[in-house]
Design a protein around this ligand. Structure first.
Ligand SMILES: *Cc1c(COP(=O)(O)O)cnc(C)c1O
Length: 393
C-alpha cells in the first residue's frame, strides 16, 4: 500500500480459480495473496540467464551475504524452499527416528512434512486463540524424555518469546527450530527474527514477505552448523562447484539432498531485498488499516500480530458461522482463504493425532482476508464492508 512509488508493481495476469468470481472494479481484493515485484526482477533474471550459471552460484552467495547483513547475523544458508530449510535445520538439530518434535497443528502442512522427512515424530500441540501461536506453557507441557526439538511457527510473522523456558530446554538438549516462514523482517525486541540465537528457517516462496519465486534459508547458530547444513544441501559433496569441475574426482561425505538455491531465484531475491523497506512499510500499514476499519465490528475478532514488531504475512479474523461467511465473501468476489486446516486432522498425519480442543475450535472460525501490498485503503474498506454484511446476514 504505497502513497507513491517509482515503478508500478508487476500484476500477475494468469487466471486463478478465484478469478472465476469477478469483482471487476477491485481486482486486488479477488486475490488472497499475491507476489509483489518492484520491476528490477525481470532484468536480474535475464542477466543470470545470459550468464549461463543457473545453479548455486556467486549470485546465490551474494544473496546469502545480503540476507545476513539485513538480519545482522554472520551466516545464512540459502536453500530451494522453506520446507527444505526446515528439513535441514531439523537434521542439523539431530532430530531423527525416535525423536519427538513439538509442533503446533495450526500451521502449513510443510512444517509437518519436514519433521517426517527427517524421520522424527511430530507431537502436535494447541495454540493460544488470540495469536494462533504456541505458548511456553503449551510447549513445556508437551516435553518428554524423547523431545529433541521444538518447532514454533511464527504465525502471521509474530515473534514468540521463549525466554522463560530456554534454559530448561537447553539443559534437556532440546533445540528450538523456528518456522519463521511468515516472519521475514519481523523483530523480537530489538533483534530481527533470525538473529535471536535460535535455528531459524525462512521461506521465500511466491507469496511470502520477500520472494525469490521459490526459496528458503536457514540461519545456523555456529560456523560448524553452517558447514553441516551446506553439506546437507549439496548432496553431501564437500567440494565447491568450481573445484569439482576442475578435478577428476569428488567426495561424498554424507547423505544429503539437492536443496541448493538456483541463481535465478537468488537474483529475484536480491532485487526484492534492495527495496524491502517498501514492503516493511506497506504490510504493517495495510494490517493497521484493516484493524482500524474492523474496530467495533460485532462478531469479528482480529488475530493479534504484535504489529509494533511485525512485518505481517496475513490478516486473519475469527468469525462465527465461518462456512456461510466464507461462501458469502467468495460470492462477492473477495479472495478469502483459510490458514490453516489443522494438521492433526489430516489423513496423512492420523498416526500422530491427539485431541487439541482450542485448535479444533479456532479452525472452524478462522478466515484470512485479502492481504498483499498492492491493496489500497479503498480495497480494505470494500473487504470490510462486505465482511460486515456477511456476518450480519
Ligand atoms: C510457506 C510456509 C512453509 C514452507 O515454505 P515453502 O517455501 O513453501 O517450502 C512452511 N511453513 C509455513 C508456516 C509456511 O507458511
Amino acid at each position: 500500500m504505497h502513497a507513491s512509488r517509482s515503478a508500478e508493481p508487476y500484476t500477475p495476469t494468469a487466471q486463478t480459480e478465484e478469478d472465476v468470481v469477478t469483482s471487476p472494479s477491485r481486482p486486488h481484493v479477488r486475490r488472497n495473496a499475491s507476489p509483489y515485484l518492484f520491476g528490477g526482477e525481470a532484468a536480474a533474471v535475464a542477466q543470470v540467464l545470459e550468464s549461463g550459471q543457473y545453479g548455486h552460484s556467486d549470485v546465490t552467495e551474494e544473496f546469502e551475504r545480503r540476507v545476513a547483513d539485513f538480519l545482522g547475523v554472520p551466516e545464512v544458508v540459502a536453500v530451494v524452499s522453506g520446507t527444505a530449510a526446515l528439513h535441514l535445520a531439523l537434521l542439523a538439530a539431530g532430530a531423527g527416528p525416535g525423536d519427538e518434535v513439538i509442533v503446533p497443528s495450526m500451521t502449513f502442512c510443510a512444517t509437518v512434512q519436514a519433521i517426517l522427512a527427517a524421520g522424527a515424530i511430530p507431537v502436535f500441540v494447541d495454540v493460544a486463540p488470540a495469536t494462533l501461536c504456541v505458548t511456553d506453557q503449551l510447549v513445556t507441557d508437551a516435553v518428554t524424555e524423547r523431545t529433541r526439538a521444538v518447532l514454533p511457527v511464527l504465525f502471521g510473522g509474530r515473534a514468540i518469546d521463549f525466554s522463560r523456558i530456554r534454559t530448561e530446554l537447553t539443559a534437556r538438549g532440546v533445540v528450538i527450530v523456528e518456522d519463521a516462514a511468515h516472519a521475514f523482517g519481523s523483530r523480537h525486541g530489538a533483534r530481527k527474527v533470525g538473529a535471536t540465537g535460535d535455528l531459524s528457517c525462512f521461506s521465500f516462496g511466491p507469496i511470502k514477505n520477500l520472494t525469490c519465486g521459490q526459496g528458503g534459508a536457514v540461519i545456523p547458530r555456529t560456523p560448524q552448523e553452517a558447514e553441516t547444513i551446506r553439506l546437507l544441501r549439496t548432496l553431501g559433496i564437500r567440494q565447491s562447484q568450481a573445484d569439482r569441475i576442475r578435478s577428476t574426482n569428488y567426495s561424498v561425505d554424507r547423505i544429503g539432498q539437492r536443496y541448493t538455491m538456483s541463481a535465478l531465484n537468488a537474483a529475484i531475491g536480491l532485487a526484492q531485498l534492495s527495496r524491502f523497506e517498501e514492503i516493511e512499510a506497506a504490510r504493517p500499514q495495510l494490517w493497521r488499516t484493516y484493524r482500524d476499519a474492523l474496530a467495533g465490528t460485532d462478531g469479528v475478532a482480529l488475530v493479534d500480530l504484535d504489529i509494533e514488531h511485525t512485518v505481517p504475512f496475513n490478516c486473519v479474523v475469527r468469525v462465527p458461522n465461518r462456512e456461510a461467511v466464507f461462501a458469502d465473501m467468495q460470492a462477492r468476489g473477495i479472495g478469502v482463504g483459510v490458514h490453516y486446516p489443522p494438521n492433526h486432522l489430516q489423513q496423512a498425519f492420523a498416526a500422530w493425532h491427539r485431541p487439541l480442543p482450542v485448535t479444533e475450535q479456532v479452525a472452524e472460525e478462522i478466515m484470512s482476508l485479502p492481504f498483499h501490498p498492492a491493496m489500497t485503503e479503498q480495497d480494505v474498506s470494500h473487504v470490510v464492508d462486505a465482511l460486515r454484511k456477511a456476518v450480519t446476514r
